[in-house]
Design a protein around this ligand. Structure first.
Ligand code: BDR
Ligand code: CA
Length: 309
């Protein structure tokens, strides 16, 4: 079945692979991309979304969103993603500008106009834009079909603090608003994304596929090794989100009650047993996910050339 989605993102190396995958998959209709400051500043994440669309030769409206978290300063992850947010990998220049309509207004308009439950949000970044939507227009937010968000660490250690993961730690107040809103939310924490790993053989497989999408994904993952202490493989966090949208059967859900630590310091963004009922993906058939990712990047569906606006 075809799913219509809005991708909320801060590209970002793994965001870029997730977006290329979603654009390439015949059963995902990407209605818009909304950007947020996260891995890098809002000007760069927005430009990167446009560069990714240029590479995929697709016309999808891009709406710039929040330039900073709700209640904190922006602190980027350029040490991992590079100063341009895309690991210095060569992308074409944008072929179209971003929309004049800000992300919040676009979300309100598009979700409000779509049949109730027909539009999903794939959240690959700090949840600032989604929290703003919930605060500004809660009755519209309730029309979202499914919200699938990469974020948090449950039984795993964090990646920016002992217990905290970047997307949640960057804007814990936003995550708390989203978790408490009672939306149909599936969270994909590090517990799953760290199991979906690309190694040298996977890079070689992507290179052999030969499409621009597969070759650039190979280059992005290769760049993803540079900002780390090494290791034989890298986790593909954000691509798990569109994969779960398409193939929930490959993930193992657990019902949990969690809340977000909104203190300052080391524990900010940590998930703790709490009051908000959440559907959390805690297991994954990683090889099947990696296979679908590679196959789709190697055989992208025909480019869309008309704007969805
Ligand atoms: C998340 O943080 C970002 O750096 C990645 O793009 C991903 O969304 C992983 O913790
Ligand atoms: Ca991201």
């Amino acid at each position: 079945m075809m799913r219509r989605v809005i991708i909320d993102t801060d590209p970002g190396i793994d965001d870029a692979i997730a977006i290329l995958f979603a654009l390439a998959h015949p059963q995902l209709d990407v209605a818009a991309i909304t950007t947020v400051a996260g891995n890098i500043g809002i000007g760069t994440t927005t430009r990167n979304a446009l560069r990714i669309l240029a590479l995929a030769e697709q016309a999808v409206p891009v709406h710039a969103g929040a330039a900073r978290p709700l209640a904190r300063e922006h602190a980027d992850a350029s040490a991992i993603h590079g100063r341009d947010g895309l690991g210095g990998v060569a992308f074409p220049e944008p072929v179209a500008p971003a929309s004049d309509e800000p992300a919040l207004q676009a979300l309100i308009r598009m979700i409000g106009e779509a049949p109730e439950g027909s539009l999903d949000i794939l959240a690959l970044a700090p949840l600032t834009n989604i929290a703003m939507l919930i605060r500004e227009a809660p009755q519209i937010a309730r029309r979202i079909g499914r919200l699938i968000a990469m974020g948090g660490a449950v039984r795993e250690p964090g990646n920016v603090g002992k217990r905290s993961e970047f997307n949640i730690a960057h804007d814990p107040e936003a995550a708390e608003i989203v978790f408490s809103a009672g939306l149909p939310l599936t969270l994909i924490p590090l517990d799953v994304t760290r199991k979906v790993r690309a190694d040298a053989a996977y890079l070689e497989r992507l290179a052999t596929l030969g499409t621009p999408q597969a070759i650039v994904s190979r280059d992005l993952i290769a760049a993803y090794f540079i900002g780390t202490s090494g290791g034989e493989s890298r986790p593909l966090h954000d691509p798990c989100v569109p994969l779960l949208a398409l193939r929930p059967d490959l993930f193992t859900p657990e019902a949990m009650r969690l809340s977000v630590d909104c203190s300052q310091g080391e524990l900010a963004g940590a998930l703790a047993p709490g009051e908000h009922p959440l559907d959390v993906a805690m297991g994954v058939r990683a090889q099947a996910v990696l296979d679908i990712l590679a196959e789709t990047l190697g055989h992208p569906s025909s480019p869309r050339t008309t704007s969805h606006q």
